[in-house]
Design a protein. Structure first.
Length: 429
């Protein structure tokens, strides 16, 4: 009841930190995890080693094994999730010593050149593997992953330090992050924008964590899109998968993200469904088409890590987004995206202010979008492919007052609204 167990069925059932880290935001969309994470994060801090290393599992029944990038970073990323969802600064204050200790550990391991290399990590766990001689699989350099997370977590801890008034630490960690970024660029990116690992995971880490020079962002975006198109499927493991579709969307390639979510052949989210799955598997090919196991000894058919795609479905497709600058859903961003042959999507979230709803339907090119903004909150509503002259709100033309809070672009209409329930309808361009 108080441990985020990786799986419920085999002789394991452990609080694996990496699984909890990548799934934390999806978990917060589905359940009230405020008390759950507050309690478990105390266990993380209690079991953290004096050096700052975070064990692989919490409670630490593996007796001190730990320090893997993306796994140990749970000590900073989950408090940030709780803060965003519940506007609870107490979690940042309570876990601050723990997250600082982990950043300082990475800094110590990196040394004067700000490059953390040579340590043992899980890497992009269970990424796509192949028996093809010319493409054995998507192996992402573990040092690249380690330094990407070193930067991302350091930057995140600097942000949280600022929020709770630890301004000197914030400045110091921001400077550390910049040094790590410079070292990352020099070590892992060529002058023309290639990464030492030409994998989807390497690309999404560099893009989503903001590790690229400005003049290389478009190039790496193109490389990511090209790889997804060339392969026709994802190649990512536990580290890259949670970021893949959101990164594709961020670079303007919703089409590729929808292609991945709709794919039914291995490897994909829907391949297990074709095999009768009702839960998320640990491996993309846990069960082969002929019914045999990929690995009899390590084969869980109920593992939640790849279920982190839920965050993209709720936020990007259904359009219900947190505004990190106004945490706790004090201000909500409604930004739905249509694609993949979907004709409707709906998300509801019971926030501290009340029920939030984001629901859309498309029929005969007519788009209907309903939102509910709770009392004492505000919302930004982005209407895709909308024309102001054909837009109705609650079955009436747009009022003069609402037009004052409207921004029109070639792609969409953006409205700033107060609490209430609204239904927008218009023919999509």
């Amino acid at each position: 009841m108080d441990v985020p167990t990786d799986c419920p069925q085999r002789d394991e059932r452990l609080g694996w930190t990496g699984d909890a880290q990548v799934f934390s935001m999806t978990a917060a969309y589905n359940f009230d995890v405020s008390a759950f994470y507050t309690k478990w994060l105390k266990d993380v801090a209690a079991d953290q080693l004096p050096s700052g290393r975070v064990p692989h599992v919490i409670p630490d029944v593996l007796n001190g094994e730990g320090g893997s990038t993306a796994w140990a970073d749970v000590c900073a990323i989950v408090p940030w999730t709780v803060y965003k969802v519940y506007d609870d600064k107490r979690i940042l204050e309570a876990q601050y010593k723990s997250m600082k200790a982990w950043v300082d550990y990475m800094k110590q391991r990196a040394g004067d050149d700000y490059l953390w290399t040579g340590d043992g990590h899980f890497g992009d766990w269970l990424a796509f593997a192949s028996n093809n001689s010319d493409y054995t699989g998507a192996t992402t350099d573990k040092d690249l992953i380690a330094n990407a997370y070193f930067y991302n977590t350091t930057k995140l801890v600097a942000k949280m330090a600022s929020i709770i008034g630890q301004n000197a630490d914030a400045e110091a960690y921001n400077q550390l992050a910049e040094n790590v970024k410079k070292a990352f660029i020099q070590e892992f990116i060529t002058p023309k924008g290639r990464l030492v690992s030409e994998t989807q995971t390497a690309y999404v880490l560099a893009l989503s964590f903001g590790l690229l020079p400005e003049n290389q962002i478009n190039r790496v975006s193109e490389l990511l899109a090209e790889d997804v198109q060339k392969m026709g499927h994802l190649t990512t493991g536990f580290v890259g998968t949670p970021l893949l579709c959101s990164t594709l969307s961020a670079i303007g390639r919703d089409d590729l993200a929808f292609m991945l979510i709709n794919r039914k052949e291995y490897p994909s989210w829907l391949y297990p469904v074709t095999q009768g799955a009702t839960t998320i598997w640990e491996r993309w090919d846990g069960q082969k088409p002929d019914g045999s196991f990929q690995d009899v000894g390590m084969n869980s058919f109920n593992h939640y890590a790849y279920g982190a795609i839920g965050e993209w479905l709720y936020s990007r497709v259904a359009g219900l987004n947190i505004d990190a600058e106004n945490p706790g859903y004090k201000h909500i961003i409604f930004s739905p995206h249509v694609g993949g042959g979907l004709t409707n999507a709906k998300a509801e979230f019971l926030s501290m202010y009340g029920m939030i709803k984001s629901e859309w339907n498309v029929a005969n090119q007519n788009f209907t979008y309903s939102v509910t903004i709770p009392a004492n909150t505000t919302g930004t509503v982005v209407l895709p492919k909308a024309s102001a002259d054909k837009l109705t709100v609650n079955s009436a033309p747009v009022s003069a007052a609402m037009k004052k809070n409207m921004t029109i672009s070639s792609d969409n209409i953006t409205l700033e609204l107060g609490s209430g329930s609204y239904q927008f309808s218009y023919p999509m361009k």
